[in-house]
Design a protein around this ligand. Sequence first.
Ligand code: DX5
Ligand code: ZN
Length: 223
Amino acid sequence: MGKIEIAPSILSADAAYLARDIGRVEDAGISYLHIDIMDGHFVPNLSYSPMVVKAIRPLSKLVFDVHLMLAEPLRYAEAFARAGADLITVHAEVVSDAKEAAKILHSYGVKAGISVKPGTPAEVVFDVLGDYDLVLVMSVEPGFGGQKYMDVATEKIAALRRQIIENQLHTLIEVDGGIGIQNAGIPAGAGADILVAGSAVFGADNPSAAIRAMQQAAEKAVR
Ligand code: DX5
Ligand code: ZN
């Protein structure tokens, strides 16, 4: 297990000052910026279009980790790839052929991620883990920031970690929702590589200090 990455979710940033808030985390020793895309159908909320991703692309060197919470993710994936996404994650609940979906995402020149909601068993993605660069375990019901971490995610992370080790895969495990300094050690200890944090980062007085404290808490759990 290498370094635990913290991926700030800009859903909790100040939408009127996105450039400023991205600037506040850009040099906090992170690699990923988590960008939540919502359509009001797959989740009961709306967020950004490819236009916003295109607008912020020049502002950041970070990996744009675009989380598509869309009822029809493959209808829009290419637009997000063109707008500057580096990694696009689709939900297992809405792709009929996950192997084909990974191929399509890779054909756009981006890394491919697949996500499971809290109620979806990890086993649903076991046989496609090798086709994806990343698996995203939702530790909240998707749709909003600021929710509480759901413990059901922890065993799923451990099960995915076992599957990745047993099959000698390189698929990264990302965990998303309700993660802060107090509990970062739980998903990290279960085998996560990347922890998404929205409100714990952008709700903090000093976002980069919050990121560093979360990284330390997470890495303490895996020592
Ligand atoms: C929820 C999003 C998460 C959310 C995380 O649907 O996928 O990325 O922004 O926010 P926090 O860290 O506040 O739970
Ligand atoms: Zn997300």
